[in-house]
Design a binder for this molecule. Structure first.
Ligand SMILES: NC(=O)c1ccc[n+]([C@@H]2O[C@H](COP(=O)([O-])OP(=O)(O)OC[C@H]3O[C@@H](n4cnc5c(N)ncnc54)[C@H](OP(=O)(O)O)[C@@H]3O)[C@@H](O)[C@H]2O)c1
Length: 262
């Protein structure tokens, strides 16, 4: 057993494992020898990924079909993992929503709140408390560079990502002395299905592999991980420019990108 398996094994649970960032977490954790619990709504995709990873690595994988916006989502997960120890929880599932909050679809906004925040809190309670009993484990919250500022025309998204940032970062300090590592992963634009699913434009973006490598390399060492030099530079600007200038620039960019909708 290697050091990573000893600290964060024997099982990792990844939400949003059917695509993009969650899928890549699954691949890199499989390489590190962790058994995996994969969750998302698209079970066929999870099962295909599980088959591929099991053929390559000597690991067990369980797939759970689960909609995290469903109020009762936890019962389906709980039933499938009662007999195993989750040593690493990756709170990653999410989706984008753009536009002004008042023109937007209230149900989609509430679903986003449930997936990005409510589900993460419930899962963190469930598995974090069991990690505390063992004095070891890890929690990763996928936030975003958009969690650093109150982005006009993306407020439901940015505010839930600020929630993920606060949880990942704050829990690092709360739980470190009790053996649990927490992290807020804050990617910038990344090449996944995210933008297409949200009907948004993507200009460039990082490949998903180095994003996840940065997260796993820094787990236990840094509370907040911003992958890539360009994203680090952006976060520095967001932190040190006057807030009103950051929000003004973002508002102009959002209006330009969504000319037809704003
Ligand atoms: N891509 C970027 O540029 C970027 C940048 C910063 C942060 N992020 C964050 O990274 C995370 C992952 O996004 P991604 O880029 O990998 O996007 P993606 O390729 O679209 O993947 C999103 C994942 O979330 C799952 N998901 C969405 N709604 C769900 C629901 N109601 N219940 C359960 N699972 C759900 C999807 O699975 P199913 O559809 O099968 O349910 C899918 O596995 C998100 O939290 C996002 O906010 C992305």
């Amino acid at each position: 057993m290697n050091e990573f398996q000893d600290k964060y094994g024997p099982w990792a649970l990844i939400t949003g494992a059917s695509a993009g960032i969650g899928e890549e977490f699954s691949r890199q954790l499989a390489e590190k020898g962790l058994n995996l619990v994969l969750t998302a709504r698209r079970l066929d995709r999870l099962e295909k990924l599980a088959e591929e990873l099991k053929a390559k690595h000597l690991i067990d994988i369980r797939c759970i079909k689960c909609d995290l916006s469903d109020m009762e989502f936890m019962s389906s997960i709980r039933n499938s993992v009662e007999d195993i120890e989750i040593g690493l929880l990756i709170n990653n599932a999410g989706f984008g929503l753009g536009g002004s909050i008042l023109d937007g679809d209230l149900n989609r906004q509430l679903a986003q709140l449930n997936v990005h925040c409510r589900a993460n809190i419930i899962l963190t309670h469930e598995f974090g408390n069991k990690m505390l009993e063992r004095n070891k484990g890890g929690l990763i919250f996928t936030s975003s560079v958009m969690g650093f500022f109150a982005a006009p025309y993306s407020l439901p998204y940015a505010s839930t990502k600020a929630h993920n940032l606060f949880f990942g970062e704050g829990l690092y300090y709360e739980l470190k002395s009790r053996g649990i590592d927490s992290q807020a992963l804050c990617p910038g634009m990344t090449k996944t299905e995210f933008h297409e699913a949200a009907g948004l434009s993507r200009i460039g973006g990082m490949h998903v592999t180095p994003v996840i490598k940065a997260s796993l390399d820094k787990l236990g060492k840094k509370p907040v991980v911003v992958p890539g030099l360009w994203n680090k530079f952006l976060v520095l600007l967001i932190k040190y420019l006057p807030r009103r200038i950051v929000l003004f620039i973002w508002k102009r960019m959002a209006q330009k990108l969504r000319r037809d909708k704003i």
